[in-house]
Unconditional design. Structure first.
Length: 461
């Protein structure tokens, strides 16, 4: 079949995926996606996927952006779901593993780290035991060795099966929301609404039941101890879908595995919470990947610029020594938040910063937290400098000790247009994060070299 390209429809330049097709040994057609560049990273399929519907998702987009900026990121829809062939009547766990084998072979990837999320963790384990020569690292997120039936919760499985049977394909999302509240209890209304709809889009009711029953009987407790590849296990402390104890149990089965507890109740951490930053950081460090090399264009980077308002006047009023103390305090407050939100300081301008983030939500969250901390200190101690901030995103060019490109120029213009204590973001950033943050009405600011100016929106923090 011909390849199909899907691109972001709004805002700044973002990663592009190419959808291709592989055929399994028993003749099923599987859709798989390739995005980004660099060393490969393969993700085993899990329940509830749809390559196209996931692509512009408030839940999955941060993962695609972050991983495709570091890797050639390959993922696929398992048989019976998403864009893959849907006419399944009989299914086994071995079929899940065979799907992964078919995609990897078709994509001609010889050696790669393998990511498994939820049910996909068990599939990744089985594949890595069968093909240890091909898997360099194993990363398991929210995974388990035993499905719900295999760990003795037949009644829980039966109850959820009834919810699928009666509510999966209907226009009313109420029954599907039971699953959503387990997967994303901390999600915003738009994030949960997206997940509600994902269920119906990902599979028919009949296929959902077939896959769900196979998942319930998964048991790789005898297989996991045979793993010989380095393994990182990440699991949400408050996971309602797969209890943390199942992640701990899995870590005990895998020789030499490292278990990381993520501070979230969401089965899959969301892109605007610290647990997501922890997950991406741990994965990147474990695999040894780096952001795009200097001199190369990054698929998409979020840029935060900050500046102290009236710094020259404050210096004159306070004197060199007192101002130096204020600057040190200011820098410490901001740098602590950059680190907490996964930001990388590109440049320190003396009274401001240019900081790069892997996703826009983290940049905006960071800016909000900085303003709140400054405001709290001002209320408590009587003074804190006013800071203006701007957020933009898009493709940048990395040089020896800096970043460049039109999007950096735009970020500077957005920041300079902000008032004291104000956060401005470009229209594209606002459009892609308005499910998470509140914004004022758009306004246009002049920008040198851009004839029509820039449309910006202020964050209501």
């Amino acid at each position: 079949m011909p390849a199909v390209r899907a691109e972001w429809q709004t805002g700044a330049m973002a990663p592009e995926q190419e959808i291709r097709f592989a055929t399994t040994a028993d003749g099923f057609s599987l859709a798989y996606s390739v995005a980004g560049s660099g060393p490969p990273l393969v993700k085993a399929a899990n329940w509830l996927m749809h390559l196209e519907y996931d692509w512009d998702s408030p839940v999955m987009r941060p993962y695609v952006e972050a991983l495709s900026s570091r890797f050639t990121y390959v993922r696929y829809d398992e048989r019976g779901t998403g864009l893959s062939q849907g006419d399944i009547s009989d299914l086994s766990f071995d079929d899940f593993v065979s799907d992964l084998e078919a995609v990897v072979d078709e994509a001609a990837i010889e050696r790669f780290p393998l990511l498994g999320i939820s049910q996909g963790a068990s599939v990744a384990i089985a594949y890595a035991v069968r093909h240890p020569e091909r898997v360099t690292h194993l990363i398991l997120v929210g995974g388990y060795a035993r499905g719900r039936i295999a760990r003795g919760d037949e009644s829980g499985h039966a109850l959820q099966r009834q919810l699928i049977e009666h509510g999966w394909g209907t226009d009313d999302p109420a029954l599907r929301h039971v699953f959503t509240s387990q997967f994303l209890p901390g999600g915003t209304a738009p994030q949960q609404a997206w997940f509600n709809e994902l269920m119906r889009r990902s599979a028919t009711t009949e296929n959902a039941l077939i896959v769900f029953d196979v998942m319930g009987r998964i048991d790789v407790t005898d297989v996991a101890p045979l793993l010989t590849v380095p393994t990182l296990i990440l699991h949400a402390a408050g996971d309602r879908r797969v209890p943390f104890e199942e992640g701990r149990r899995l870590a005990g089965l895998v020789p030499g595995a490292r278990l990381v507890q993520l501070d979230t109740d969401n089965h899959l951490p969301l892109g605007d919470e610290p647990a997501w930053q922890r997950l991406i950081g741990e994965l990147t460090s474990f695999v040894g990947a780096t952001p795009p090399a200097r001199g190369e264009r990054s698929p998409s980077t979020a840029l935060l610029m900050s500046d102290i308002v009236d710094s020259t006047r404050l210096l004159d009023a306070m004197g060199d020594e007192a101002w130096a103390q204020v600057l040190r305090w200011h820098d410490n407050v901001l740098e602590d938040q950059f680190e907490a939100h996964g930001g990388r300081v590109v440049k320190h301008t003396g009274d401001g910063f240019l900081v790069a983030f892997d996703d826009e939500g983290s940049a905006v969250s960071c800016a909000i937290e900085i303003q709140r901390r400054l405001a709290a200190h001002r209320k408590q101690a009587g003074f804190a400098p006013q800071v203006r901030m701007g957020v933009n995103s898009g493709a940048i060019t990395r040089t020896e000790d800096d970043v460049g490109g039109i999007e950096v120029h735009k970020a500077a213009r957005v920041a300079s247009a902000a008032e004291g204590d104000e956060i401005l973001v470009s229209q594209g950033v606002a459009a892609r994060t308005e499910d998470r943050f509140g914004y004022d009405e758009p306004r246009t600011i002049p920008a040198k070299g851009i004839d029509d100016g820039l449309v910006v929106r202020a964050v209501r923090w």
